[in-house]
Design a protein around this ligand. Structure first.
Ligand code: OGA
Ligand code: FE
Length: 345
């Protein structure tokens, strides 16, 4: 019974796989389209995820294996997440001090590329030493990488940015992950073209209208924007609505690009049967908000408003424990059946 709903989409990928984890929610495939398909514009305009198979966005990077990167990335240091297990849940170090009893199995370390590679290969032998490189591409990289970077399909991606009224490109993050590693579900506050360079990743996406079912940590918490639910063993007593979540699922291979719209939750796994995976992100600021907010509010607008209210409260109230009860007192039994209150004209 319970396995029925967890259908793996294997119509458009090469994955065989029983070794991928199974989760207790229903999934539908993320659409995969060719760059020539005009439907892509509609998906992006409607802020719906889509995988583009042949954009050639990072074509020159498809040869970036570990040896090539080792030779050409330069001698500077790289940001690496070091985890005691296969999960790499990000946290904001600036928020750690304010949070009583915060503990994480993940540490941030700076290391040279060759140290990273050694630890990547050794990881399976040493328990509790999994490494995931997450470094913004910057001007310390060597000439060959710069040459490839310049030859990315900037005309396509910049055309998308203009067409959809996005703000500037903020960064290109280089991600190199060990097989079987997991980036747990979170949302980002930027638009993202996520380009796969090497190996295969599986991506689970949840729309922003499922905010109430994903149970994000409070904004002040170091795990802000991350779900509190452990997908491997959901605590339904604390998170009952997680039972109702529905995901989009896709497998992304080298050369393919996934559009992850702002505020969409994403959970990303590297193929447990493969080698390391390499990806490059293209993060763009959102466009300027329309002068007139359209009603009904979109789920993206709601998330943005909720974040602002939470931030305001946490700035005013020194003790974060006051926030939840205050919000309850303000709304419980009050803001229901308010259809008799007319909006101001
Ligand atoms: C992202 C992201 C994590 C990963 O691109 O926003 O969360 O493991 N990536 O690829
Ligand atoms: Fe992300």
């Amino acid at each position: 019974m319970d396995t029925e709903i967890n259908t793996v989409n294997d119509s458009c990928n090469s994955s065989t796989s029983s070794d991928w984890r199974t989760y207790p929610f229903a999934t539908e495939p993320i659409p995969k389209l060719s760059i020539s398909d005009p439907e892509i514009n509609r998906y992006i305009a409607e802020t719906r995820p889509v995988i583009i198979t042949d954009s050639k966005l990072v074509e020159p990077a498809l040869k970036w294996n570990l040896d090539f990167l080792h030779e050409n990335l330069g001698s500077s240091t790289f940001n690496v997440l070091v985890s005691k297990n296969e999960k790499f849940m990000y946290y904001d170090t600036r928020k750690v001090q304010r949070t009583k009893g915060f503990h994480s199995d993940v540490k941030f370390e700076e290391m040279k590329f060759d140290d990273f590679v050694k630890r990547l290969h050794r990881a399976s032998d040493i328990e509790g030493d999994n490494v995931y490189l997450q470094q913004a591409l910057n001007d310390t990289v060597g000439k060959k990488i710069v040459d490839d970077f310049v030859k990315f399909n900037w005309s396509w991606v910049t055309d998308q940015q203009k067409r959809h009224g996005w703000g500037p490109l903020t960064s290109n993050l280089l991600l190199i992950a060990p097989p079987g590693s997991i980036t747990p579900a979170h949302y980002d506050e930027q638009e993202n073209f996520f380009a796969q360079v090497g190996g295969q990743k599986r991506i689970l996406l949840f729309s922003p209208d499922q905010f109430g079912k994903m149970y994000p940590y409070p904004v002040d918490h170091p795990h802000d924007r991350q779900s509190q639910v452990n997908f491997d063993d959901p605590d339904y007593e604390r998170f009952p609505k997680f039972k109702e979540v529905k995901a989009l699922e896709g497998f992304i291979n080298p050369g393919e690009v996934l559009y992850i719209p702002m505020y969409w939750w994403h959970h990303i796994e590297s193929n447990p049967n493969g080698k390391e995976t390499t990806s490059v992100t293209f993060w763009y600021k959102t466009g300027t908000l329309p002068k007139q907010i359209p009603y009904p509010l979109s789920s993206q607008q709601k998330v943005s408003i909720m974040r602002n209210i939470e931030k305001m409260l946490s700035e005013c109230l020194r003790n974060p424990e006051e926030i939840g009860p205050l919000l309850h007192m303000m709304t419980d039994g009050r803001y229901y059946n308010t259809h008799n209150i007319m909006p101001p004209v």
